[in-house]
Design a protein around this ligand. Structure first.
Ligand code: FES
Length: 488
């Protein structure tokens, strides 16, 4: 009787089998043969990424928020913080200390080093192939991640829905790709709690990346575009052309613009618009096709993730009763607005015009002669390449936490207010944001009609919107996040 070898199974069946495996086992599989190495790089296998957990042996890879799967929060966070401290104090060139304490430190340091290796492996080997399929990325409490790494990851993962960077050391530069490419339109959950280095630039980038609901991307009556619109159900749609695929989340209308060889203008030409119930198989098939002809190679030791298979005064005056604010406010504001070329504080009442915001670096804007102008054009592609107009701007953000991001000002809040506000935002945490005022809060809240007062947090010292119903500052008892009443 003839036996059937596993290699005879169709690719679709193999991928279904791979869905039962965790990231560590997938890495092992990627080392079996060239074919498996390519199959493991299938987008639907890598929807939800938790590299911090994976580096510590917890290989959960389901959607976020599963209470049965979440690690024990308090102990987990405490361990990660201790590891981070040990890693930061670690001196690679120091003499070896064999004391018990040093032994514990060395375990902590090796965990962070493993995490760093894992992140580098993802960036170099995995995300270039599956980045467009990634929906969730959690890097909360990572001591290994840098701004450069986050910048690379965000560039490779344009369709993220859930991003958690809680208590990481990232700076504004991590989000540059959002401002330049406009690629966070699907983002619904953004947790930047404890990212103390972030400033208004990040909110500017975020707002640009989310898109603009107030400026029509193109005229529906434009003769060139009139017959090119494809209506789709409000479910996810998928655009595929022979070069790329791009998910537009809940977009209802889709166009693909193609450069005419030798011409300066574009023609609107939809390629394939699919309305699948299950997109994964179609996307996987497209990925496999794209990879055809490319010499496959099994990954080296460690698999695709590198995992061992195993100057002037402010333009307004503020109360200075909060000691923390008085210590840092004038220097910080001078640096920030000096950098921006403005000496305005960003308080809405003081900056009546939009001038201050417009001095910030914006997205590349290249209006074209087609009647289909766009504010978010990416850099000019080479001839023959197609580019997708991301008409699906829906500013879908539902959760935003800036708790402890004390450098945020009213100007940053105003950036978020622009472009149609945040119509779906339900949860907003501004605890520990010392520089915001009631004016900035009112302006933002006025364009957040879905905001749930129970999930609206800001400093107790501000008499802001919904003051009687909103929750107070969450950082009073926190101990490691900025709060104007710390130590009281
Ligand atoms: Fe003011 Fe916490 S920031 S009470």
């Amino acid at each position: 009787r003839a036996s059937t070898h596993i290699s005879a199974l169709p690719q679709e069946v193999m991928v279904r089998l791979f869905r039962y495996l965790g990231p560590e086992d997938l890495c092992r599989c990627s080392q079996v043969c060239h074919t498996w190495a390519e199959l493991v790089k299938t987008g639907s296998l890598w929807r939800h990424l938790y590299p911090v957990r994976w580096a510590r042996g917890d290989y959960y890879r389901g959607p976020p928020g599963d209470p049965d799967q979440d690690p024990d929060a308090e102990d987990w966070v405490q361990n990660l913080q201790e590891e981070g401290r040990a890693y930061q104090e670690w001196d690679e060139d120091a003499d070896i200390d064999e004391s018990e304490e040093a032994c514990e430190d060395s375990l902590a340091i090796s965990a962070v080093r493993k995490e760093k290796k894992l992140l580098n492996g993802m960036i170099q080997n995995l995300l270039p192939a599956v980045g467009s399929s990634v929906r969730t990325l959690s890097l909360a409490y990572s001591a290994a991640v840098s701004s450069k790494m986050v910048r690379q990851i965000l560039s490779l993962c344009p369709n993220l829905i859930h991003l958690d960077l809680t208590q990481t050391d990232v700076t504004d530069s991590a989000f540059e790709s959002w401002a330049e490419l406009g690629v966070c339109r699907t983002l619904e959950h953004l947790d930047l709690s404890g990212c103390e280095k972030l400033t208004d630039y990040t909110l500017q980038s975020l707002s640009l990346g989310l898109g603009d609901l107030t400026t029509p991307r193109f005229s529906k009556n434009s003769p060139e575009c009139k017959n090119k619109l494809l209506k789709t159900p409000p479910s996810a749609i998928k655009l595929l052309d022979k070069h790329s695929s791009y998910s537009l989340g809940r977009a209802r209308t889709a166009l693909v613009f193609k450069w005419r060889p030798g011409g300066r203008s574009m023609s609107c030409s939809p390629v394939w618009v699919l309305d699948p119930v299950e997109l994964a198989d179609i996307e996987d098939a497209a990925n496999w096709t794209r990879r055809e002809g490319v010499a496959g190679h099994s990954e080296g030791r460690g698999g695709i993730l590198g995992m061992q298979a195993g100057g002037k005064s402010c333009c307004c005056r503020r109360s200075t009763r909060r000691s923390f604010r008085t210590d840092i406010s004038s220097t910080y504001l001078q640096q920030l607005y000096g950098t921006l070329g403005e000496m305005q504080c960003g308080h809405s009442a003081c900056c009546a015009s939009d001038t201050a915001l417009r001095t910030l670096k914006g997205a590349q804007c290249e209006p074209q002669a087609t009647g289909c102008s766009s504010e978010f054009w990416t850099k000019c592609p080479s001839e023959g390449e197609s580019r997708t107009d991301q008409t699906g701007a829906c500013r879908a953000l539902r959760f935003l936490s800036l708790s402890g991001c004390y450098q945020i000002t009213d100007m940053g809040l105003r950036c978020l207010s622009k472009g149609g506000g945040l119509p779906l935002l339900e949860h907003l945490n501004l605890s520990g944001c010392l520089f915001i005022t009631e004016v900035g809060l009112h302006e933002l809240v006025s364009v957040c009609p879905s905001l749930n007062d129970e999930h609206f947090y800001y400093c107790d010292n501000i008499n802001g919107p919904h003051a009687d119903r909103a929750s107070g500052c969450q950082n009073l008892q926190c101990g490691f996040r900025v709060c104007c009443r710390s130590g009281e």
